[in-house]
Design a protein around this ligand. Structure first.
Ligand SMILES: Cc1cc2nc3c(=O)[nH]c(=O)nc-3n(C[C@H](O)[C@H](O)[C@H](O)COP(=O)(O)OP(=O)(O)OC[C@H]3O[C@@H](n4cnc5c(N)ncnc54)[C@H](O)[C@@H]3O)c2cc1C
Length: 478
């Protein structure tokens, strides 16, 4: 039998197989840089058949494997367990088919999110899920995380846009699930795969819906004295029957850091918070909606409402919003970016609680979030080199998540569970609920070889949940 490295090189070619320590170092983590592991090799397949050959090599050599896209995930999903083979899909980046009449595209998983919208724009179409990382993240990663973005409020998350997938199962079989025509009979396994965080196999092809580009777009900036008023304006708009394409809040600290950076968009530095409201649709209805947005902002103490004058200013607003996390590097060397969802009606109240938790721990907190979905992103800036600071950050984070759960929320809106929140799952689900999920994973991934240690907490006795598990689930967090 050839060695593992030889088998991997046979599968993908020498130039697509990395195993030098300096090459592997790059793959030690995803965007959750606090959690690292060391892979034994990284492969970059171009075709489904190469993924199958890699998976078979892993089976023969009894090693786990980890699917990976661009590594922008924020919950440790693509971080390798020690000794794993990373299957990085970034070379599977072909758009295989665009069918404007069916409003469907068929893509390989490594296609970058923003690239798909760029390519289908001449057909008057776009791909709606738009994570703020869309210039880098892949559709495969989006499928695995069920990613959202600013336009989730009106258009839904990735799961609402995936019609079919091709999946290389952990035993090397290739399953084609769903149908481009929509509404495939049988179990909704596409729904199961979307959001499964790479624990059920490697997605090698995706059939997505495409949406018609709206006739008109108007982007407004509500300016508020404080973040609570901005949250209340969101509630007022939705209660009043408005469903904007996006409702995004940036707080005062975020405004300052963005305005100090290359992403400056002319946001008012003296505002307590700004609310970006994007309306899209027929030109004839936009004017009426815009008036209602003005009225809702004014009723909640807005000190002003600006309308982006042109596409350039509109792009500036979005650049500021989508690059705010990056700009946070100006505040401190490390950030901890949380992701939780609360019922929209409790948004203002929970944001206040979150701010008070950070104050109590004496940690600088910024808030920039998808307010329309109740999807909070409290960001703590810190320096892990300072003694005791990381421990305070983790403790504050735990309290923040608990506050969101207490308000009837959940522990992730879009970034997934990964390794980061795996041990928080019992706060949300009962044993029976978690067992049902484990049984599902075991049905498709019986040996636990595919992306072990992610998503579900390890049961007290591993064999209780899965007698065939190889024990990869017991690999401790680094
Ligand atoms: C600045 C910034 C802003 C962000 N904004 C948003 C946002 O607005 N909304 C949002 O939802 N997320 C956001 N994210 C998080 C992240 O970009 C998304 O989770 C994204 O979907 C990850 O894609 P990726 O290609 O980088 O996947 P990776 O990070 O490489 O992997 C993510 C998960 O997907 C699995 N995976 C990857 N490819 C495959 C495949 N082919 N088959 C099976 N499993 C696979 C991995 O195993 C892992 O579990 C942001 C991240 C950053 C850094």
């Amino acid at each position: 039998m050839p060695s593992l490295h030889q088998a991997l090189e046979n599968a993908v070619g020498r130039d697509a197989c990395l195993h030098r320590p300096d090459e592997l170092f790059v793959y030690e983590c995803d965007g959750l840089a606090l959690d690292t592991g060391r892979a034994t090799a990284v492969v970059l397949p171009r075709e489904t058949s190469e993924v199958v050959a890699v998976v078979r090599a892993c089976i023969e050599h009894d090693v786990p494997f980890v699917p990976r896209g661009a590594g922008t995930g924020l919950s440790g999903g693509a971080r390798p367990v020690d000794g794993a083979v990373v299957i990085e899909c970034s070379r599977m980046r072909r758009i295989l088919e665009v069918r404007p009449e069916d409003r469907v595209a068929v893509v390989q998983p490594g296609v970058v999110n923003a690239e798909l919208s760029r390519v289908v724009a001449p057909h008057g179409l776009f791909y709606a899920p738009d994570p703020s990382s869309q210039a880098a993240c892949t559709i495969g990663g989006n499928v695995a995380e069920n990613s959202g973005g600013p336009h989730t409020l009106k258009y839904g998350t990735t799961t609402n846009h995936v019609l079919a997938v091709e999946l290389v199962l952990p035993d090397g079989a290739v399953a084609r699930l769903g149908s481009a025509a929509g509404g495939a009979p049988g179990y909704d396994l596409v729904g199961v795969v979307v959001g499964s965080e790479g624990t059920l196999g490697v997605v090698t092809e995706i059939t997505t819906r495409l949406e018609p580009l709206p006739e008109a777009v108007e982007t407004l900036l509500g300016i508020f004295p404080d973040i609570v008023s901005a949250c209340r304006a969101v509630g007022r708009m939705v209660r009043g029957g408005l469903v904007p394409a996006a409702l995004e809040i940036l707080d005062q600290r975020t405004i300052a850091v963005v305005e100090d950076s290359v992403y400056a968009a002319g946001l008012p530095r003296d505002a307590g918070a700004v609310l970006i409201v994007e309306l899209d649709g027929a030109q004839s209805v936009l004017a009426g909606q815009s008036e209602r947005v003005h009225a809702a902002c004014e009723a909640e103490s807005a000190t002003g409402v600006r309308i982006a004058r042109d596409d350039r200013e509109r792009e500036l607003f979005w650049k500021a919003r989508k690059n705010a996390f990056g700009a946070m590097g100006r505040l401190a060397p490390d950030i901890y970016l949380h992701d939780a969802v609360v019922p929209r009606a409790r948004l203002a109240e929970v944001v206040e609680v979150v701010c008070s938790i950070a104050d109590r721990y004496e940690l600088p907190l910024s808030n920039v979030f998808h307010a329309g979905d109740g999807n909070l992103h409290p960001i703590i800036s810190f320096d892990r080199r300072n003694a005791g600071e990381l421990a305070r950050v983790m403790e504050a984070g735990r309290e923040i998540l608990q506050a969101c759960i207490d308000a009837g929320g959940v522990i992730t809106g879009e970034h997934g569970i990964g390794t980061e929140k795996r041990d928080f799952m019992p706060l949300l689900f009962r044993d029976d609920d978690l067992d049902a999920m484990r049984r599902l994973r075991t049905a498709l991934n019986p040996e636990g070889r595919c992306n072990p240690t992610k998503l579900l907490p390890t049961p007290r006795f591993c064999a209780e949940a899965n007698p065939h598990a190889r024990g990869y689930d017991r690999v401790p967090l680094a």
